[in-house]
Design a protein around this ligand. Structure first.
Ligand code: CDP
Length: 209
């Protein structure tokens, strides 16, 4: 059985949590595609001694290895910024495309979360969800996530980072973040995680028939 769930939306809207819960519930494989861009961003930054060179980023993306994507520091604020900078590069996106598409079409079902899954990577996904929440709620969630990971930051700094990244992600030429025409909007502003997951599960069950 092939069944793809495409989950897109802005930073810290709850995509990751919902994707993991769906994967567990339906026994689907899960790919957090942001991790690919984070890994490319950090490695490019390190190789360039703090500078992101587009040519270097394309080479890094073409040779990405498992251990790059399994680094412990991919959730840091520095990795988030680096990810969104390499994500504007068409060569980087092209280098990561086959891996994501193959993952999506595996037997047994797959859920992928990112920015362009429903629009570019899997335009034929069986179900597409666009997950959002207000800026203030998303910033609060990411702030708490970063604090619990031991980082020291402020709510205001996190909010600014999210807004800069969302603007870059939605205004870029290559695969901008946009809700697909056939995606269902899931606004998690006033929803608990359990309630958001329940809505997603109900929609998937309907599609599976
Ligand atoms: O977890 P969060 O929503 O903050 O970010 P993420 O999903 O890990 O993605 C990090 C960055 O990678 C985003 O800000 C995008 O610039 C980029 N990205 C992308 O362009 N396309 C994807 N499918 C996934 C992530």
């Amino acid at each position: 059985m092939q069944f793809t769930v495409a989950l897109d939306g802005p930073a810290a809207a709850g995509k990751g949590t919902i994707a993991r819960a769906i994967a567990k519930k339906f026994k689907f494989a899960h790919l957090d595609t942001g991790m690919l861009y984070r890994a490319v961003g950090l490695k490019t930054l390190e190789q360039g001694h703090g500078i992101i060179d587009p040519k270097r980023a394309a080479i890094v993306a073409g040779k990405l290895a498992d251990h790059d994507v399994q680094r412990y520091d991919l959730r840091s604020a520095m990795a988030s910024r680096a990810a969104s900078k390499v994500a504007v590069l068409p060569e980087v996106r092209a280098a990561l495309m086959d891996y994501q598409r193959n993952f999506a079409r595996r037997e047994g079902g797959a859920v992928l979360d990112g920015r362009d899954i429903g629009t570019v990577i899997c335009p034929d996904a069986e179900i597409k969800l666009f997950v959002t929440a207000t800026d203030a709620v998303r910033a609060r969630r990411r702030f708490e996530e970063l604090l619990s990971g031991g980082a020291s930051t402020t709510l205001d700094a996190v909010l600014k980072d999210l807004q800069i990244r969302d603007a870059r992600d939605s205004q870029r030429e290559a695969a901008p973040m946009v809700q697909a025409d056939d995606a269902v909007l899931l606004d998690t502003t006033d929803l608990s995680i359990d309630a958001a997951v329940e809505q997603a599960v109900t929609l998937i069950k309907q599609k599976m028939g």
